[in-house]
Design a protein around this ligand. Sequence first.
Ligand SMILES: [Zn+2]
Length: 335
Amino acid sequence: MNKKIVFTAFCLMIFLSQCAKTNDGIIMTVNGPVPSGEMGVTLIHEHILVDFIGADSISYNRWDKSDVAKVAIPYLKKIKQLGCKTFVECTPSYLGRDPLLLKLVSDSTALNLITNTGFYGAGNNKFIPAFAFDETADQIANRWIKEWENGIEGTGIRPGFIKIGVGSESLSVLHKKLVIAAARTHLNTGLTIVSHTGPSIPAFEQLEILNREGIAPNAFIWVHAQTEKDLSSHIKAAKMGAWISLDGLNDDNIEEYVRMIKNMKESNLLGKVLLSHDAGWYHPGEENGGQFRGYTALFEKLIPRLRNEKFTKSEINQLLVLNPAEAFTIRIRKI
Ligand SMILES: [Zn+2]
């Protein structure tokens, strides 16, 4: 164990002992633990870089960290000006997760950045490393738990959540295995399970697996829940305790988001809603990283619209500050 890891573990202990007193938790950023109460306004699902080349060909040689940082930093400075303090970077391993890049960007912007552990099964398993097809759920979980305990790939940078991805239909055997691995990682780490899901069928199937593994639904974020057009499913999953991530916000779909958020408010479930853009990102192999979508629609379009709809300051604070803090606080959530 190197000195840095010992120091990080020591800080974590101090934080956790304080948490016990204040009943407050921590999140894990690329620069170490931060009290959940200091997360501030948080974008819960965004990207700085994504590379769709596939698990068999991905490599850090495909991009230059300083080039990527140069492109991304102005977009991050912009959201910082708009009040954002924490940025959850959802790019999974084998899709361009780059902890050192995120640390570079975090150090240049003073934003909290959070990275993840896990494997992404959506996209016909193109982003799952070959060894994972044959390994058991426990073997896969052990890899993820090690990243939490020791840091990712020798960087000392620790994941702040588990990111998995499943297909949009009923879960395959392989994807069930990923969910079980995520469940067992959660039980050993307290990291929240953030699952690229889409429609409600795989969402409820995952909640059922978590239930069998003894994990409470509030350890689960239903990513891309906006894909499910039957809004009663959002209500049903939120009433179970799951987090409903409405994370594809852009300048052209504000009204759809207002409708989905109001649907949750009418059932007194604003406390289960998470909002983000799923925007960015640098595309390796494209000229200057290709088209980069900014992260401002929430601040410049959605919030003013919610104010028009008589959302109070405290309701907006709940959506942007309290819910992310509650969702990403590291703690084991058993049934
Ligand atoms: Zn995403």
